[in-house]
Design a protein around this ligand. Structure first.
Ligand SMILES: [Cu+2]
Length: 218
């Protein structure tokens, strides 16, 4: 628990630094802009009061930012900035109202935006195969494929075809929980049978940018 709390506060600090370095004066509506001004001035009292005064409108503000982030003409950097701003507002909204749903949605969308298009995977001899290959050239460690849809009751086998070890874990907050592998050494594999439907968001505990998703349908 302590570890989680620490890593969440470190994430928030990193996010804050990142957003502060990217902010330009043209993000969203007046409410969003006022909130960002308060955020830049580290005026937490004002941030809370903006959320309180506009409680009913905030989920739509967040949704608008997410929709803007999906516009195809936006650069990757602008997309990330929009989603980061949405996350900060959603986080403040959660703190004021106790409603965590908008924050979950932002985090899911931010995660989804980093994945390849969803693939309807076909099992081979009872397993959907996801490789963890050796990084080549500029490539980082990845799950390949990183975004598959399977049926309930089916199994996935993660095969480490690379040279370094990996540990798979469900993302807190946004994932159906349950994925947590032991160390998967080079040349080894790990199997998991999906008994529950839903969206499983996961990452490698060692290489945090190594992410994947398994969607389990009925
Ligand atoms: Cu890894």
């Amino acid at each position: 628990m302590k570890f989680k709390k620490n890593s969440i506060s470190i994430m928030l600090i990193l996010l804050t630094i990142f957003v502060l370095s990217k902010i330009n004066p043209s993000h969203g509506s007046e409410i969003t802009q006022n909130f960002l001004d308060a955020f830049i001035n580290k005026d937490t009292v004002k941030m809370s009061s903006i959320i309180k005064e506009n409680k009913d409108k905030i989920p739509d503000e967040i949704k608008a930012l997410i929709d803007e982030a999906k516009l195809p003409e936006l650069s990757k950097e602008d997309k990330e900035t929009k989603l980061n701003i949405a996350e900060i507002i959603a986080n403040a909204y959660k703190n004021v109202t106790g409603n965590i749903e908008p924050l979950k949605q932002v985090k899911k969308d931010a995660f989804d935006s980093k994945l390849s298009p969803q693939l309807h995977s076909a099992p081979v001899e009872g397993f959907h195969i996801i490789e963890m290959p050796k990084p080549s050239g500029d490539d980082k460690n990845i799950f390949k494929p990183d975004n598959i849809t399977i049926k309930r009751g089916e199994s996935v086998r993660w095969v480490n075809t690379g040279e370094t070890e990996h540990i798979l874990a469900s993302m807190p907050l946004i994932s159906v929980p349950g994925l947590f592998s032991p160390k998967v050494e080079a040349g080894q594999s790990w199997d998991y049978k999906f008994e529950k439907t839903g969206e499983y968001y996961y990452l490698c505990f060692i290489h945090k940018s190594m992410i994947g998703k398994v969607t389990v349908e009925e």
